[in-house]
Design a protein around this ligand. Structure first.
Ligand SMILES: [Zn+2]
Length: 336
């Protein structure tokens, strides 16, 4: 019988987690400018052994300038707690966070409404720590089509935004984006493209999930599909460890474990999400199954997920890649 430590981890996993960078590519703090009441909950990531988390600062529901208020809110709070957190600018900051037992934090934008009609707006976001941006949040915008809209395809303006993202080192993401736009964007991009938090549609048929050929195109670009822990996208509001392991393993089987990561999409204030879903049926169509009472995979479950993958036969290298190495590879290639 295996000896287990306090948390029920095998010695093999304990050793692996001591060495590996753990990266959660997407988490949702309340998007209420100036409200820091939930930020102490970032400790949940740090205590779970996570070295890097990306917090979303806006999505297409808000006007273009809203993200700057959230960046100011988060950055100022983090800067005043250097003993536990650090703002991530470069890949070396993540290695430092790992060494020092801190949580590195950077940011993301869910939708290009944030750049309004000016590609040059990408640069100030990048300068403030926004490391990836997705094209369109469920509905079409100036850049391209959303996954729950009549997808208009990638626009000329969109190609200018992608060029500017490449120039300043921001990673292009196609989660929430329409199928046609995602295909065209991956084809146009000369950088690796990620899905920051998307699951395989072959396992659960929801428009937020992505078909095999998009997973394959992402992998061919050198990118990573980060699997989320959202119950609505893994099954019938199924947030079990079995479900997320099934989704991770599917992507790894299809394109190789070097193209899968974690973007749990954990929402810290579930009541805020319920309010947003109720307030914006355009972005969250109720007939597509958006409703209150969403179940999610918590960051505390990352070791359990990893342990399960080891029992499925994953080797240490593949697991290190899933936990963070694969996203580190993309960052090393794209970030400036
Ligand atoms: Zn999202």
């Amino acid at each position: 019988m295996n000896v287990r430590n306090r948390e029920g981890m095998s010695p093999r996993l304990e050793k692996l987690l001591a060495e590996a960078v753990v990266w959660d590519n997407h988490a949702c703090m309340p998007v209420r400018a100036g409200d820091v009441s939930f930020l102490d909950d970032l400790e949940r990531h740090r205590r779970s052994g996570v070295s890097f988390v990306s917090l979303n600062v806006s999505f297409d529901h808000f006007p273009w300038h809203f993200g700057f208020k959230m960046l100011a809110t988060f950055r100022s709070w983090i800067q005043r707690r250097p003993e536990r957190y650090l703002l991530v600018d470069r890949v070396s900051d993540i290695h430092r966070a790992k060494r020092e037992g801190k949580l590195g934090v950077a940011f993301d934008l869910e939708g290009a409404v944030a750049v309004d009609d000016l590609p040059e707006l990408v640069e100030p976001y990048a300068a403030l720590g926004v490391k990836w941006m997705l094209i369109a949040y469920n509905r079409n915008n100036r850049v391209g089509g959303g996954c729950q809209d009549d997808d208009c395809g990638l626009t000329d303006f969109g190609r200018r935004v992608i060029d500017e993202m490449k120039r300043v080192g921001m990673v292009l993401c196609c989660s929430h984006t329409g199928y046609r736009t995602a295909r065209e964007a991956i084809e146009y991009s000369t950088n690796p493209v990620i899905f920051s938090h998307s699951n395989p549609r072959a396992l659960w048929d929801h428009e937020r999930n992505i078909p095999d050929d998009l997973i394959e195109a992402c992998a061919a670009s050198g990118g990573v599909v980060n699997v989320n822990g959202i119950g609505f996208f893994m099954g019938d509001n199924d947030n079990s460890t079995d479900a997320i392991v099934r989704h991770i393993d599917y992507v790894a089987d299809l394109v190789g474990p070097e193209h899968v990561g974690l973007g749990l999409d954990y929402v810290f204030d579930a009541s805020e999400l319920d309010d947003l879903i109720a307030a914006d049926p355009e972005l969250f169509p109720p007939e597509k199954g958006y409703r209150s009472g969403l179940r999610m995979v918590e960051p505390e479950r990352i070791p359990e997920i990893a342990e399960r993958l080891l029992t499925l036969g994953w080797d240490d290298g593949a697991l290190r890649g899933l936990l963070g190495g694969n996203n580190m590879r993309v960052a090393e290639q794209v970030w400036r």
